[in-house]
Design a protein around this ligand. Structure first.
Ligand code: HEM
Length: 415
């Protein structure tokens, strides 16, 4: 029997805790054809070029044969994540109008005090404890509460979302999930959709100041989203903005505990958090690869022709560690994002953590704010934190990769 391909080994759960040596192996063949006819791209330059290539579609209905992750719920309209121009661009503009500049410049910044309140409340829960789970008690509850706040989901309903979102995300990595998990996931997504459809209807009749109300009542120059489009957008925001942010915070805490010198610096100098979060998005990114791309035409990349109809997977986490792009890529070094250190001479401030091109993460400003507030607060509050298990246990997914638990011992909390 042939040895499993490098990519198959990356998907293997046994390698979840440290896939980076395999990514180095993968980069020896920048565009690698897999047995099932899909292509895996692992070098920075090629990924970056393909993220901007209009011949690569995010609509997996363009695949020649069924592929990884092309199982959107039947009867639902695709979200912007799975659409191409012009539909993608118009819907993204409609959503962006209410999320950031120039139309709604203050939406994300205005959330900062509330976000800080949520973080502080969670840390207060650590009082009197010698051991905490950073995932269950901090990194998981925080982003789900934030997205609910953004969408205008009432606080009392937030705990229901915790359970739905957790179950709903199980099938994001179909190769890593059983039929039972996929069924649980489908049921959870159905519950989320029904809840949000009712909430949208309520906000249309009686708008508040939240994002859903704005989207439901928008009469801007490009018109309104249909109710189905609005529902798909809301579900996407919830799903795309949850597990990713959980992993940013958890991977962040894990990396800081493995680099106590940086943790100590962060305690003393909270401004370091901006560079720390950027470096985390490069060094331990929450999204390891983007599997949902289909070639619309024959595409020649690094000497290989990807045929029309083939599935293309862009391994962002490997591109981030490409030594042809980043100096000393396996070193965690927030200062590489210090403009004073390298000046403009070096392309040192680019990472693929939020993707690139027309699908560049819509929620990046909010994700950065969440990561920065969470890591500053927790670095300052935990007294003498120590990892109890290293490596910690990981979630099944190779795509959205992060620990499922992160037990840490502490001497107490400082207020
Ligand atoms: C650290 C946290 C996050 C990371 C690492 C992340 C990463 C990404 C990546 C890599 C993509 C590109 C996918 C592609 O090219 O197909 C993306 C798209 C997207 N993200 Fe995020 N994300 C994060 C947080 C968020 C948050 C908080 C939100 C919502 C408020 C969000 C909403 C979206 C949406 C709507 C898209 C689709 C954009 C489009 O297709 O035009 N993300 N994200």
């Amino acid at each position: 029997m042939a040895a499993p391909s490098v990519f198959a080994q990356i998907l293997d759960y046994d390698n979840r805790a440290n896939p980076y040596p395999l990514y180095a192996e993968l980069r020896k063949t920048p565009v690698a054809r897999q047995e099932d006819g899909s292509y895996v791209v692992s070098t920075y330059r090629e990924i970056e070029a393909l993220l901007h290539d209009p011949r690569l579609s995010s609509d997996l209905r363009n695949l020649a044969q069924p592929g990884y992750g092309d199982d959107d719920t039947p009867g639902t309209v695709p979200s912007i994540l799975r659409l191409d121009p012009p539909d993608h661009d118009r819907l993204r503009r409609l959503a962006m109008r209410h999320f950031g500049p120039p139309h709604t410049p203050g939406r994300v910044d205005a959330m900062a005090p509330d976000l800080l309140g949520i973080v502080t409340g969670l840390i207060d829960g650590f009082a009197g404890r010698n051991q905490v789970d950073i995932v269950d008690e901090f990194a998981f509850p925080f982003p789900v509460t934030v997205i609910c706040e953004l969408l205008g989901v009432p606080r009392e309903d937030v705990p229901r979302f915790h359970a739905w979102v957790e179950a709903g995300l199980e099938s994001l990595d179909p190769k890593a999930t059983s039929p039972e998990q996929q069924q649980r996931s489908a049921q959870a997504i159905a519950a989320i959709r029904q809840y949000l459809a009712e909430l949208i209807e309520a906000r249309r009749r009686a708008p508040g100041t939240d994002l859903l109300s704005a989207l439901a009542t928008d009469d801007g120059p490009e018109g309104r989203m249909t109710p189905e489009q609005l529902l798909s957008t809301a579900v996407l925001l919830l799903i795309a903005g949850h597990e990713t942010a959980v992993n940013l915070i958890t991977n962040g805490m894990l990396t800081l505990l493995r680099h106590p010198d940086v943790l100590e610096r962060l305690r003393r100098d909270p401004d370091l958090v901006i560079r720390t979060v950027e470096e985390l998005l490069r060094y331990e990114p929450p999204v390891h690869f983007v599997p949902w791309r289909a070639a619309l035409d024959d595409i020649e990349v690094a000497g290989t022709t990807i045929p029309a109809g083939a599935q293309v997977m862009l391994v962002l986490a490997s591109g981030n560690r490409d030594p042809d792009h980043v100096r000393d890529p396996d070193r965690f070094d927030p200062d590489r994002f210090d403009p004073d250190r390298f000046g403009l001479a070096r392309d040192n401030d680019q990472h693929l953590g939020f993707g690139g091109g027309i699908h560049y993460c819509f929620g990046a400003p909010l994700a950065r704010l969440e990561g920065q507030l969470a890591l500053t607060a927790i670095a300052r509050a935990l007294e003498n934190p120590k990892l109890l298990v290293d490596p910690p246990p990981y979630r099944p997914s190779a795509v959205l990769r992060g620990p499922i638990h992160l037990p840490v011992s502490i001497d107490g909390i400082s207020v």
